[in-house]
Design a protein around this ligand. Structure first.
Ligand code: NCD
Ligand code: ZN
Ligand code: ZN
Length: 352
């Protein structure tokens, strides 16, 4: 049976939420990933050092890594939820002072910028991209080598939002050439093309945007569990994403954007945006890369590129995947995953 081993898989864009949801979803990521870049769009968003450190503490608790309770640790390990997992923390972008950024730099992997109101819990994001207002913060981030992570969508027509944002990436990348800018969860050929135009632009890509286009979301019966921001685009956009992911393009990293919402918030007349993929992401990646004869490039996409781009050294983890069918559960503690109830072709055999 075909097998494939991955070392230190990383999820460079993950929503872990808080409270009971955090406790339910965090072990699903910490089981198979060495670390993840944790998004700050809580309610309220993570904007202070104390909130950041408290949140990190809650994540470590939820993944059984605060060693106060040995019995709990043993239980997690017995259930296969042990193992080390590093939450790489982010702050929600505000116009912060340099003093504050110096104080917090060692605790974060980057700062996440949301245009105001454009996605889940982004109401207090950036209302207008006024370089004069943003310059002191972005210059300080550049000096301190703090990457800027961006949800790149305007408030234009839904299919054009990401492409329209390219001029803002252009402006930021040109004005701050030493600032590393990560275009998060890209969905368009326009964004793929940007990678070769600016040395300081990088991107994350989700598994769902590699597997689906808009037809899968609304072309037949409407699929709320495939609805997310940015929405999946045209087949040619999907093809452009696939080509850079499958080649292991050095500026491209895997970021699941796994975004859990309770079932009632997805299966509602106003459907929350977000696709939940954390527990099946590596299996789906193995299946996709295998079917495209690109398994040899998966290690770069799912870990090595991110280690170079972010200069990080993740916790050791070896994940063995095997080409054996896996029936995706209908839900994980009330959160419906992508492909719920369907059979996928690869499984996780072992995690060391
Ligand atoms: C994310 C969420 O639910 O927090 N939703 C989504 O559709 N991707 C927010 C985000 O990443 O934009
Ligand atoms: Zn986003
Ligand atoms: Zn996200």
């Amino acid at each position: 049976m075909k097998q494939h081993t991955l070392l230190m898989p990383l999820d460079m864009h993950l929503h872990l939420r808080d409270g009971v949801m955090l406790e339910n979803v965090a072990p699903l990521s910490s089981y198979s990933f060495s670390g993840a870049v944790v998004m700050p769009n809580l309610v309220p968003p993570v904007t202070t050092k104390i909130a950041l450190l408290d949140y990190k503490h809650r994540i470590l608790n939820a993944t059984g890594q605060n060693r106060y309770d040995d019995d709990f640790d043993d239980l997690l390990e017995e259930e296969g939820f042990g193992g080390d997992f590093e939450p790489f923390m982010t702050l929600f972008y505000n116009n912060y002072s340099k003093e504050f950024l110096e104080e917090v730099a060692d605790e974060i992997i980057g700062i996440k910028l949301y245009p105001a109101g454009i996605t889940t819990n982004s109401e207090s994001g950036v209302a207008s991209f006024d370089l004069n207002e943003m310059r002191p913060t972005l210059e300080a981030m550049s000096d301190l080598e703090i990457p800027l992570l961006v949800h790149g969508e305007t408030d234009g027509f839904v299919m054009d939002r990401e492409a329209e944002f390219m001029s803002i990436y252009e402006m930021l990348a040109t004005a701050f050439p030493k600032l590393k800018i990560i275009m998060e969860h890209i969905t368009t050929k326009a964004a793929v093309d940007m990678l070769s135009l600016h040395d300081n632009l990088y991107a994350t890509i989700t598994i769902h945007h590699l597997l689906i286009n808009l037809d899968d979301v609304v072309g037949g019966m409407m699929k709320p569990h495939l609805f997310c921001k940015p929405i999946a685009k045209r087949p040619e956009d999907q093809a452009a994403l696939l080509s850079v992911a499958l080649e292991g393009h050095p500026k491209v990293m895997f970021g699941s954007d796994s975004a859990p919402h309770p079932q009632h918030a997805k299966e509602a007349c106003g459907c929350a945006a977000g696709v939940f993929t954390a527990p099946i992401a590596l299996q789906l990646l193995a299946e996709l890369f295998d079917e495209n004869d690109a398994l040899d490039n998966l290690q770069a996409f799912v870990s090595d590129n991110a280690q170079v781009i972010y200069s990080i050294c993740p916790e050791f983890k070896e994940v063995t995947l095997v080409q054996e069918e896996f029936k995706v559960p209908e839900n994980y503690s009330g959160v419906v995953p992508m492909f719920a109830g369907e059979t996928i072709k690869w499984s996780i055999e072992n995690v060391d």
